[in-house]
Design a protein around this ligand. Structure first.
Ligand code: PBG
Length: 324
């Protein structure tokens, strides 16, 4: 054939392909979500998340060490609260000695340089399994926001570097920012779960924490998968309210939102490669249906390519390939 342009020339071998790779993926851009549980010497398997565990606080140093050795960007803590401590008013969330606070104590003692990220939402502490306070079957916005802001200060006092409201209540970012600033925690960052969709892909996470909503669903606060503009509006508001980093969650089914946000905001963007996305790959790899290391690399690259700066992922410590 008489072809002047042969783009394949630029892919002819690995060296050339390496020159021209325009998306990179570094461990330092990955945040490792870690589940914690009461007790001692607990490393409990999570059935729906093969290879992930609920760790008791005394074993947390082990996880920090692995994370540090791998060079990951930080650890996000998620507490599996005992059923007896879950109440309708979720008051355990404000206990300065709760599971998250004790984990922070340990984490900051053994590994002060590890960035500790604390989720702000009431679902792990609520007997209703909702992210907000509930009254007469409704999720209360303003009362929840007040609690989240207090929670942020408690975690900051224990050394949290970043708080991450994942609740989708209105106005929470501003309230958290003000409360943190009033308590002189100007340096604590807010990663806001800004575009958080009501998603089936959270299933394994809810099993890990036993935090399924006890009635209804989360669709009065999390976004509808049908909507795009609404996600951008949420992001714009969180930006105005003082968020440092905006998050899109889940990642894979919402790569278009990550890209749009990348084009419309100057803030850094995080994406949450959620539990269901992890479980899908694990399940298929377990059956021998795909190459796990390639699939992980490809998936994480797609999220970076869409425009995410950092990625929360259960694969943060896993082996994966990106040098194709
Ligand atoms: C709770 C919260 C959820 C996740 C992070 N924080 C679940 C939910 O909203 O029901 C999901 C993470 C995952 O699936 O990996 N506020």
């Amino acid at each position: 054939m008489d072809l002047l342009r042969r783009p394949r020339r630029n892919r002819k071998n690995k060296v050339v392909r390496r020159w021209l790779a325009d998306t990179d993926l570094r461990r330092s851009q990955l945040i490792y979500p870690v589940f914690i549980v009461e007790g001692k010497e607990q490393k409990q398997e999570i059935k729906s998340l093969p290879g992930q565990y609920r760790w008791s606080v005394d074993l947390l140093p082990q996880v920090c060490e692995q994370a540090q050795a791998a060079g990951v960007g930080g650890i996000a803590l998620f507490p599996a609260i005992e059923e007896t401590k879950k109440t309708e008013d979720a008051k355990e969330a404000l206990n300065p000695d709760n599971l998250v606070c004790r984990a922070l104590d340990t984490l900051k003692k053994v590994s002060p340089e590890t960035m500790a990220i604390c989720d702000l939402a009431l679902d792990p502490f609520s007997s209703m399994g909702h992210d907000g306070l509930v009254k007469d079957g409704k999720i209360l916005n303003d009362e929840t926001v007040e609690m989240l802001a207090k929670m942020a200060v408690i975690y900051a006092q224990k050394g949290a570097d970043i708080v991450a409201p994942s609740d989708m209540m209105d106005g929470r970012v501003l309230a958290i920012r003000e409360e943190l600033d009033d308590a002189s925690f100007e340096d604590v960052q807010i990663i806001s779960y800004s575009a958080k969709y009501a998603s089936a892909f959270y299933g394994p996470f809810r099993e890990a924490l036993d935090s399924q909503p006890r009635f209804g669903d989360k669709r009065t606060y999390q976004l509808s998968p049908r909507n795009r503009r609404e996600a951008l509006l949420e992001c714009e508001l969180d930006e105005q309210e003082g968020a440092d980093i905006l998050m899109v969650k889940p990642a894979l089914a919402y790569l278009d939102i990550i890209r749009e946000l990348r084009n419309s905001s100057l803030l850094p963007i995080a994406a949450y490669n959620v539990s269901g996305e992890y479980a899908m790959i694990k399940a298929a790899a377990n059956k021998g249906w795909l190459d796990e290391k390639q699939a992980i690399g490809e998936m994480l690259l797609s999220i970076r390519r869409a425009g995410a700066d950092i990625i929360f992922t259960y694969f943060a410590l896993s082996e994966f390939h990106t040098d194709f």
